[in-house]
Design a protein around this ligand. Structure first.
Ligand SMILES: [Zn+2]
Length: 275
């Protein structure tokens, strides 16, 4: 195939009526292999249409948090990229980055396959997202003997709060088994580190019960527990104040500081310049 034509197809982004469309899964996803035992996943921030796919109808599915939802988690795509950049500055290597750029009304990576898409064009994007996440988790475990999937979301219930979702500890069982409760509900846990840096977190206290509807979704359940990957996974549900464009860069620095501290304590990571 002509190189220019191929590039055009691979780039695949057509501005049609003000809406960006793409057809190939790799144009609808941002997939970057990492060298750290960390994955940043952002399944709901995308705004692109999937060529050849129709908006999901969700027949037979309940419309509720954790059920059939088509609203975007605005700002999380951008925040995920900024946090990855900030982690590289602190840890000298990049995390795995798995970002869905397609709009959630076509495909929802945070649902079981049977509830996630309704046509083949969207199914192909879904499978690519999860094949990459599977590769990330398998590779982290093989290389580092550990790993943490951090799944970025946005919630509209409490603008100033970040909710933790781990299935009340199910998806962080690896950390609890190795290090005890301090790794999942202590001051050095990811949410403990966020709280120390001024982020308003829930549950508060950290060993309280997670908020119903924000206890984690398919991604944290599958990769952190049910799928047998033997890595940990935690969902972060950011309120609007943490995702707004003017504050995102500052928020990314704070979140990266917290992840770095947690990863140095529990995942064997080393800071740039550390002995
Ligand atoms: Zn979400």
């Amino acid at each position: 195939m002509d190189a220019w034509l191929r590039k055009t197809i691979v780039a695949g982004l057509l501005l049609a009526g003000g809406v960006c469309r793409a057809a190939a899964p790799d144009d609808l996803l941002r997939l970057e292999p990492g060298a750290l035992p960390l994955v940043i996943s952002a399944p709901h921030g995308g705004a692109l249409e999937i060529t050849g796919s129709a908006a999901r109808r969700g027949e037979g599915l309940e419309r509720k948090p954790g059920g059939f939802v088509v609203a975007r988690d605005g700002g999380t795509e951008e925040l995920a990229g900024l946090v990855a950049d900030a982690l590289e500055r602190r840890l000298g290597a990049r995390p795995w980055l798995v970002v869905n750029r397609a709009h959630r009304r076509f495909m929802d990576p945070n649902r079981r396959p049977e509830e996630a898409f309704e046509d083949e064009a969207a199914g192909a994007v879904y499978r690519r997202y999860h094949d990459f996440l599977t590769d990330a988790c398998t590779t982290m475990r093989a290389r580092h003997g550990t790993g943490l999937v951090i799944d970025f979301h946005g919630q509209g219930s409490a603008a100033g709060t970040v909710f933790r979702g781990t299935g009340n500890g199910l998806s962080t069982a690896l950390l609890a088994r190795r290090f005890g409760p301090r790794a999942v509900v202590g001051a050095e846990s990811l949410f403990g580190e966020l709280r120390q840096r001024g982020v308003v977190v829930h549950p508060a206290p950290l060993d309280g019960v997670e908020q119903a509807g924000f206890t984690g979704g398919y991604i944290t359940k599958h990769y952190g527990a049910a799928g047998g990957f033997d890595v940990a996974a935690v969902q972060l549900e950011f309120g609007a104040r943490y995702r707004a464009a003017p504050v995102r860069e500052g928020v990314a620095e704070v979140v990266a500081d917290a992840i770095t501290a947690h990863a140095v304590t529990f995942l064997g990571c080393r800071r740039v310049g550390a002995e």
